[in-house]
Design a protein around this ligand. Sequence first.
Ligand code: NIG
Ligand code: FE
Length: 416
Amino acid sequence: MTATLITNIGELTTNVEGDGDPTGLRRDAAVLVEGSRIAWVGSAAEAETHLLRRDSAPQTTSRDGFDVSPSSAGGGGHVQVVDAGGRAVIPGFVDSHTHLVFGGDRADEFEARMTGTPYAAGGIRRTVAATRAASDEQLRTRLAGFVAELHDQGTTTFEVKTGYGLSVHDEARLARLAAEVTPEVTFLGAHVVPADYADRRDEYVDLVVGEMLRACAPHSRWIDVFCERGAFTADESRRILAAGVAHGLLPRVHGNQLGPGDGVRLAVAAGAASVDHCTYLDDADVAALAGSDTVATLLPGVEFSTREPYPDARRLIDAGVTVALASDCNPGSSFTSSMPLMIALAVREMGMTPAEAVWAATAGGARALRRDDVGVIEPGRRADLVLLDAPTRVHLAYRPGVPLIDRVFKDGVEVA
Ligand code: NIG
Ligand code: FE
């Protein structure tokens, strides 16, 4: 088994809660990776003593009580040493909301928005036409490019939604392609009613909960619905989520993006893992979220690109709601996959501290995907780590737009 010791870490964000700090910050730290998992976390000094300068007899327990595996690293096997040079290490970003399988783009819409044309969900239909026209190979190549882009920016876990096919054949195709690159595939046949069903919306909902769901469920883990004026009503959304759950999928919801609505309360009532956008909330929405296990996933790339008001993260956090940050990368409302940008916007525009924003983009995303193997740096978790070209995670918000992602490890393998 290969082993890598990342040592001389000036600031390590573990997200292992301790001493009232949910981000479990450690100074002068080291992390030992064995195979795809984290084997040990401790101080750089301990790493020197126990892992690098040891003779044949392996140490099995560190001062902090973490087990040092006596396999490759402990038994004198080869350990690759990465010297972080006093810089910061954080968990790989968990982007719990993307729409990365699509054809074409909508740069013209963005350009028009910047001179005053408002965002409208109807633009989705243009991407549906371009996606239907694209071959599997074209979509696969594009997706591979996005995966490389995500890795380069420190994202090691990501969700991908369908939703630009909106026919049985095309939705199944998108779900299948998405499943080639991530286990976190979301069936979003209920994105909008496609143009060919414009006068037959009931028929379209029947199709989504019937044949389309049956074709997509085998490739998917999640069911999602865009519960919004111009997309699906609360009754339709409830029916769609229930059908997905009956097929073994887990619910999540797009809600309260373009105006107040039923999305948040519907998501909470359905026991959804997450309700995403949460831009327009009333007090009842916040209270419902606070009393639930549903994460509020905020997508500030959307407000950046649509000129809508940013969601009030401070209000949610102060009410006790779990907040995640995600990119919503899609060609209409947010064509960016940059989690560092989401952190910078959350801090600058949404009242989050840098520590809260980094937590929300890592452990928060993991909660939104109900994953306990990512988003946290501790023994047993996946070795998904980002070495920043910065002394502290604060720089992610403090130096917006600067490429601070130096090295990225996913499952113990360097991917960027
Ligand atoms: O999450 N809200 C719905 N869907 C996407 C936008 C998709 C598009 O405009 O193409 C979103 O913002
Ligand atoms: Fe979305």
